[in-house]
Design a binder for this molecule. Structure first.
Ligand code: AHR
Length: 307
């Protein structure tokens, strides 16, 4: 092994000698477990060794994992940063060791974009905008105030920051929309349930919940039902991801709209690793293609949904 210089001068390594270290966020959501499975399967299929670590949503664990990959001299490090900031030191260590770094799913907030080779993942601002646009269209004929609770993802994480921003941008055009409360549920079902329980007490007349992922929306459904209300009717729900459990709730009428965020990044990550090994320069930003689902579309898509 040995990072070397990305295969350029030394020439490419045989695939079965490549070693990739992947530092995952955790297992906080259905999306994340689908993402992990897809990445592990893709490297297995490609015959490339993958070292895998789960940071349990803690940046310090992720930094430790990256340092250990540097020490082991892996050929490529890939990771999905749990939060956006605070990566420059460890990424400079990787750079000094000549180990190329690929970001998957989430971005880092750094001035120095030489610290990573490529960033593969969704456009989270666009996802927030799509969620906002559905809300604007849904209430187009109404002049009454629309009260919204927002369940935010992990504080400081790119998808939490960007999905809030994109959504606010679009609903901000009409001041009948009001976000009456906004709190983090940490992208988990338990978090979504707990926060919704508390926020419903303070805002019993809320019209809609915008959850930054399906799991928090599924937690909100439990809290709404426990309060004796009907999710999808008394309180509308819009989420992001479109994992199977979310799609089922959408098909069942408990969620009203889902913006897709694809966790299937494994094959493209393998491609990037191969390009690096061949001494090629991968594209700096690769944006995942994704769609949106209404309740009717969920009914149609569910039978073929893989995750
Ligand atoms: O970074 C992607 C987000 O992280 C997904 O939308 C969410 O479900 C996951 O936990």
């Amino acid at each position: 092994s040995g990072g070397g210089d990305a295969g350029a001068a030394a020439g490419p390594k045989p695939t079965d000698e490549l070693v990739v270290g992947f530092a995952q966020v955790g297992a906080e959501s259905g999306w994340r477990t689908a993402n992990t499975t897809d990445i592990q399967n893709s490297f297995k299929d490609a015959g490339i060794e993958l070292k895998f670590s789960d940071a349990q949503q803690k940046q310090e664990n992720q930094i430790k994992a990256i340092r250990s990959y540097i020490q082991q001299g892996v050929d490529v490090i890939a990771f999905s940063p749990v939060v956006e900031t605070g990566w420059d030191a460890v990424l400079n260590e990787a750079k000094a060791a000549n180990i190329p770094v690929v970001l998957t799913d989430r971005a880092v907030d750094s001035q120095d974009d030489s610290l990573y080779v490529s960033f593969l993942g969704s456009d989270f601002i666009e996802e927030g905008k799509k969620a906002g646009q559905w809300v604007v269209d849904e209430y187009a004929d109404s002049t009454d105030p629309v009260k919204i609770i927002q369940l935010e993802g992990t504080t400081g994480a790119a998808p939490a920051i960007d999905r809030a921003e994109g959504f606010a941008d679009v609903i901000g055009a009409d001041d009948k929309f009001e976000i009456v409360a906004s709190q983090t549920g940490d992208f988990t079902r338990a978090g979504g349930k707990q926060v919704t329980e508390a926020l419903l007490k303070a805002n019993p007349d809320v019209d809609l919940i915008y959850a930054h992922n399906d799991d928090m929306g599924l937690g909100a459904i439990e809290a709404i039902e426990a309060a004796g209300l009907v999710p999808g009717e008394d309180i509308k729900i819009v989420t992001v991801d479109a994992v199977k459990d979310g799609m089922q709730a959408l098909a069942d009428g408990k969620i009203n709209f889902i913006v897709e965020c694809s966790p299937l990044l494994g094959k493209q990550l393998v491609d990037i690793v191969n390009q690096i090994n061949e001494g090629e320069t991968p594209e700096k930003r690769i944006i995942t293609e994704e769609t949106t689902f209404t309740q009717e579309q969920a009914v149609e898509a569910l039978p073929d949904r893989q995750y």
